[in-house]
Design a protein around this ligand. Structure first.
Ligand SMILES: [Zn+2]
Ligand SMILES: [Zn+2]
Length: 346
C-alpha cells in the first residue's frame, strides 16, 4: 500500500512510499481508513518541531471501518465505523493513566508520530478501548474532524472556561480556532470575536465573516483590536481569550485584551522551545491560564454529538479533500495558509 512516511529526523524527509499492509495480533484491530485530516501537528512534524519516532506513517485524525479484529477482541466487529483517541501505548499504570489522563502518559505513542498512522489505506490499532463508534449516518468527512474538535472540547468545554453570556475572543482563524469559536457560541458565549492577520484575510477571515456564530472578525494588522474590544466591553476587556494561533504577538495581545480575573485557554502550539510571555501582566490581572495538550475521554462523544447536531459546518471548513498522491500540494497550501482543513480520502 502507498503510505506517507516521515523517514528520518530533520526538516522535510516526508515521502510517499510503498509499504507492506499491516498485519494484526490477537489484541489489535485492522482499520480500513476512509479519511484522515491533516493536522498542524503533521506540519510541525514535517518541520521537525514535534517529537516523533521515524520511520513512521503520519496521520492521526482518522476515521474508517474495522476490517479485521484480533482473537481477543470482543468489543468490536468488522464493519463498525470508528474514530479513535490517539493515546495508544499509554502504560495504564502511571499516576496519569490511573487518574484518567493517558493523553499525557510518558509512554504514549500516538498513531502518526509514535506508531504508524493513518495516511495510508490501512492502519492497525492497538488499545481498542480508545475507539469510539460514529453514527451510521455521519459522513467520513465529518468524522475526520472528531479528533481536532475533541481537542477544542477538551480546552474550552471540559475546562468550563465559558459561562453563558461571556464575551469570547479567539485568536487564529484556522480550523481549530474556528471550531473553538463555533463551540464557544454553542455553549453560550454572548459574543464571539475572531482575530486574524493579513495572511488569513483571503480565505480564513472571509469564512469567519460568513459564519453567523462569529459576531465580529478583526484583521489585527488593519484594525485596532484593543480599541474595538475596549469599546464592546466598556473598557473592561473580554471574559475569555482563546489562543489558537501559537503566535507570540497573539499570546501577548490576549493578555492585553482579557479582563482582570478573566480566563485564557491556550490551544495553539508555538513550535518553539521558548517565547516571550507577558508574565507580569497576567499576574497583575489575576488571569486563570489553562494549558491542555491533546484530548480527554469526555470530549470525544461530545465532539461526535456536536458534529452530528450540525454545530460545525464541516463542509465549509474542509477546503481540500485530496488523494494521498497530492500530499505535497496539500502541505504547501497549508503552509502558505491557502486552505483551511485538509483531509486525505481513501
Ligand atoms: Zn490533530
Ligand atoms: Zn501511563
Amino acid at each position: 500500500m502507498k503510505a506517507l512516511v516521515k523517514t528520518q529526523k530533520g526538516k522535510g524527509f516526508v515521502e510517499l512510499l510503498e509499504v507492506p499492509e499491516p498485519t494484526i495480533n490477537d489484541n489489535e484491530v485492522l482499520i480500513e481508513i476512509k479519511a484522515c485530516g491533516v493536522c498542524g501537528t503533521d506540519l510541525h512534524i514535517y518541520n521537525d518541531e514535534f517529537p516523533y519516532y521515524p520511520p513512521v506513517i503520519l496521520g492521526h485524525e482518522f476515521t474508517g471501518v474495522i476490517k479485521e479484529v484480533g482473537k481477543n477482541i470482543n468489543t468490536w466487529e468488522p464493519g463498525d465505523k470508528v474514530v479513535g483517541e490517539p493515546h495508544t501505548k499509554a502504560c495504564g499504570n502511571c499516576y496519569l493513566c490511573r487518574t484518567g489522563n493517558p493523553q499525557v502518559c510518558l509512554a504514549k505513542r500516538s498513531p502518526g508520530w509514535g506508531i504508524d498512522g493513518a495516511f495510508a489505506p490501512f492502519m492497525k490499532f492497538p488499545d481498542t478501548h480508545l475507539l469510539h463508534s460514529i453514527p451510521d449516518n455521519m459522513s467520513f468527512k465529518a468524522a475526520a474532524l472528531v479528533e481536532p474538535l475533541a481537542n477544542v472540547v477538551t480546552d474550552i468545554v471540559l475546562t468550563k472556561v465559558i459561562i453563558p453570556g461571556d464575551i469570547v475572543v479567539v485568536a487564529g482563524p484556522g480550523p481549530i480556532g474556528i471550531m473553538a469559536a463555533l463551540v464557544a457560541k454553542h455553549v453560550g458565549a454572548g459574543k464571539v470575536i475572531m482575530l486574524g492577520t493579513n495572511d488569513d484575510e483571503e480565505i480564513r477571515l472571509k469564512l469567519c465573516r460568513e459564519l453567523p456564530a462569529i459576531d465580529i472578525s478583526i484583521n489585527v494588522q488593519k484594525e485596532n483590536a484593543k480599541e474595538i474590544i475596549h469599546g464592546i466591553t466598556k473598557g473592561i476587556g473580554c471574559d475569555v481569550f482563546v489562543e489558537a494561533s501559537g503566535a507570540a504577538p497573539a499570546i501577548t495581545l490576549g493578555a492585553e485584551l482579557v479582563k482582570k480575573m478573566g480566563k485564557i485557554s491556550a490551544i495553539g502550539l508555538t513550535g518553539k522551545e521558548k517565547i516571550e510571555f507577558p508574565y507580569n501582566m497576567l499576574m497583575m490581572k489575576s488571569i486563570e491560564y489553562y494549558f491542555n495538550i491533546s484530548t480527554k475521554y469526555d470530549s470525544w462523544d461530545r465532539a461526535i454529538q456536536f458534529l452530528d447536531k450540525g454545530v460545525i459546518p464541516y463542509e465549509k471548513l474542509i477546503t481540500h479533500s485530496a488523494s494521498i498522491d497530492q500530499w505535497k500540494n496539500v502541505f504547501d497550501d497549508l503552509f502558505s495558509r491557502k486552505g483551511m482543513k485538509a483531509i486525505f480520502e481513501f
